[in-house]
Design a protein around this ligand. Structure first.
Ligand code: PLP
Length: 385
């Protein structure tokens, strides 16, 4: 597969994407909840076109994402915006095309509620103040969190100033990351039910966010129960908006080895990609899955990226056959938060985009160019000499 690809490359595999979406669709239907796709995980057209066929809508974070989705979505897919920053310009620009809108804070709601179109359902993000994420950089419920109205504050507001919440028709929460069972979601649903039952009786919908890997879970009972709490006890329309669970497994980064040398008794293999193409590898300091890696394999290497950063390394890998200059490396499970976070540090070009279609054929979608790099640097119309 890798030999037809100009590296560095990013390949979207339609079959895998379809398989993971089918599972999500089945679970959402079984629970009678609406399935949105959280565009931030990967907004490549190859992904959005397939996702479009299976979801009820798209959850976006910014005007750029909204415009992109708005151009590609089916007419029956709803458009949702949730962000710590919603501007009056965005509300003017999208007007009634926004189906659902979640304000992050009470102050944003107060500032902008009069500008929300009558066609748009406005909600408030609630911080359930229940943490499941050990790394505070990724914990929406961390101390002094900027994400959502703290649940006890919301309960107090409802009791003391109920009129100030008039016009809010829904709630949104998102408080996990990489969850592979739904115990945290169920605990959160029960907690919300206990602390703000009056608010739940007042609203029409709730969005339970993303943060769960549906394709790694073995049991969906807690998920079904969490949805049922809101649907059956409060009559709410329930949404989920997974990102990683939809796209993680359908994307690979393809690379070529360009140099091999020894450093402190270990072989270093330099590849033509970098952690800047997969920034979460660096942020989380994890070793991405590599095709052909075998624990205890005969030939061991540190696979390293091609930029000047000393820490631009992927980790220790072993293979049954020795790598040589020209060997191809495939980084697996790279579909989520890869192309949406990838950047050109050191001027290294972005990966060339490919799609592996259902019939197995491979199509090139886009090659990065010096022209694009120069434009991003504020230099239009510069020629390569
Ligand atoms: C508000 C919100 N919804 C959905 C998601 C998607 O989460 P995941 O990709 O973990 O499913 C995120 C991720 O950060 C988020 O912040």
């Amino acid at each position: 597969m890798a030999d037809k690809i100009n590296t560095p490359g990013f390949v979207t595999n339609e079959k895998t994407l379809h398989k993971d979406l089918t599972l999500l669709r089945k679970v959402a239907d079984q629970a009678s909840c609406k399935l949105l796709y959280s565009t931030k995980a990967c907004s490549l057209s190859a992904v959005l076109r397939i996702v479009n066929r299976k979801v009820d809508g798209f959850a976006c974070s910014s005007p750029f994402e909204l415009h992109l989705v708005d151009q590609l979505r089916n007419s029956n897919c709803s458009l949702h915006l949730v962000s710590p920053l919603i501007s009056k310009e965005t509300l003017e620009e999208f007007g009634e095309r926004l189906d659902y809108l979640t304000f992050n804070s009470f102050s944003q709601w107060k500032l902008l509620n009069s500008r929300v179109s009558a066609e748009t359902k406005a909600g408030l993000r609630v911080n359930p103040q229940l943490s499941f994420v050990s790394d505070p950089r990724y914990d929406p419920c961390r101390q002094n969190s900027k994400l959502g109205v703290p649940i006890h504050k919301l309960a107090e507001l409802f009791d003391t100033e109920p009129n100030s919440l008039r016009g809010i028709s829904g709630l949104h929460f998102h408080n996990n990351c990489e969850g592979s069972d739904f115990a945290g979601l169920l605990a959160t649903a029960r907690h919300i039910q206990d602390v703000i039952p009056k608010v739940l009786h007042q609203v029409d919908w709730i969005n339970m966010g993303g943060g769960y890997l549906f394709n790694q879970a073995h049991d969906y009972a807690d998920f079904y129960e969490a949805v049922a709490i809101f649907r059956e006890s409060f009559g709410l329309e329930v949404f989920i908006e997974p990102g990683a669970s939809v796209v993680r497994q359908c994307g690979t980064i393809e690379a070529t080895v360009h140099d091999i040398f020894e450093s402190d008794d270990i072989q270093i293999a330099i590849v033509d990609t970098t952690v800047n193409h997969m920034p979460e590898v660096f942020e989380f300091q994890f070793e991405p899955d590599v095709l052909g890696h075998v624990e205890g394999g005969l030939h061991s290497y540190i696979l390293a990226g091609c930029t000047c950063l000393a820490g631009d390394v992927f980790g220790h890998y072993s293979f049954d056959s020795a790598l040589t200059v020209g060997s191809k490396i495939t980084f697996l499970n790279m579909g989520a938060y890869t192309m949406s976070k990838s950047h050109r540090f050191n001027g290294v070009s972005l990966p060339t985009l490919y799609v592996r279609s259902f019939d197995g054929s491979l199509d090139k979608v886009r090659t990065d160019s010096f022209d694009e790099f120069a434009k991003n640097m504020g230099i239009p119309n510069v020629a390569v000499t």
